[in-house]
Design a protein around this ligand. Structure first.
Ligand SMILES: Nc1ncnc2c1ncn2[C@@H]1O[C@H](COP(=O)(O)OP(=O)(O)O)[C@@H](O)[C@H]1O
Ligand SMILES: [Mg+2]
Length: 268
């Protein structure tokens, strides 16, 4: 039912990504969670015929986790490349997901890769790796997510071609949901209307808005027999807020936007 890695473009991002690749420039994708960043990278990997190596960044990620380390096996000490080094050597697209989560000192190893040198210095192994033409560094982060105190340094951000991503326009987002979950267009439209109402609600600054991802998840529940309201409750509303008053207000917003659904007959 789901159709793999179809990507619905939201502007000129596919073209700019490809142009950056041709010029061997690193790309930074910014935007809210679930808006299609990972999907775009997978799509570009397919389009450009390059494998994608994804590294999920977190705060105890060290530069050794990225580039590699000496590992003792039996009596031998051998160097083992980390995922970044493997990606460089393979001429892959290396995708650093949520790069803002990584510590600044871990990211320093990227500097020589993101400028004209396109070189990775493995100081401990005494190795210098020149990136092949096809190697591309892509990173993502969500600038609106302020519950973490972290920010990327402006000097780091300026090393990248930045492609800001946002949710698709409603009709297009509904098409994605139809394609991903195999439900009818009227249901997809109502789910999008529900999300749009919440995204634009006054309380919206309190939380991460409902993403395309949660709409796809809700649609999958509907496809399995849930009513639209049940699915919206479980996938769109419940993850938003633990504050009872806000949740109640949003429930009404959601119910109103789903009003013309026939919730007595969920099987369609
Ligand atoms: N532009 C898009 N084209 C196709 N599917 C999309 C798009 N945006 C979001 N989706 C759907 O939403 C899900 C989450 O998208 P993803 O790329 O993982 O988001 P992000 O990496 O920005 O958090 C995808 O698995 C897909 O089902
Ligand atoms: Mg992602």
């Amino acid at each position: 039912m789901t159709n793999g890695n179809n990507y619905y473009a939201n502007g000129n991002e596919v073209q700019l990504f490809e142009q950056a690749y041709r010029q061997r420039l690193p790309v930074m994708l910014t935007g809210p969670t679930g808006c299609g960043k990972t999907r775009l990278v997978e799509h570009m990997g397919t389009l450009l015929g390059r494998p994608v190596v994804t590294i999920s960044c977190h705060d105890d990620l060290t530069s050794s986790d990225l580039v590699g380390r000496f590992i003792v096996t039996g009596g031998d000490v051998t160097w083992t490349d980390g995922p970044l080094t493997r990606a460089v050597k393979a001429g892959a697209i290396c995708y650093l997901d949520e790069v803002v989560e990584a510590r600044h000192d871990s990211l320093a190893v990227l500097h020589s890769l993101t400028d004209h040198r396109r070189t990775l210095y493995l100081d401990r192994a005494g190795e210098v790796v020149h990136a092949p033409e096809t190697f591309m560094l892509v990173a993502s982060y969500n600038p609106a997510y302020r519950s973490s105190l972290k920010e990327l340094k402006p000097s780091f951000r300026q090393r990248f071609v930045t492609l800001p991503m946002r949710y698709l326009p409603p009709e297009r987002e509904a098409e994605v949901i139809v394609a991903e979950a195999g439900i009818g267009l009227p249901t997809a439209r109502r789910l999008v209307r529900c999300a749009t109402a919440i995204r634009t609600a006054d309380e919206a600054f309190h939380f991460e808005p409902p993403s395309t991802r949660v709409l796809v998840t809700a649609a999958l529940l509907v496809a399995a027999g849930a009513s639209e309201l049940e699915a919206a409750q479980a996938c769109v509303l419940a993850p938003l807020s633990s504050d009872g008053a806000i949740a109640e207000g949003l429930r009404e917003v959601a119910a109103a936007s789903l009003a013309d659904a026939d919730n007595s007959n969920p099987h369609r």
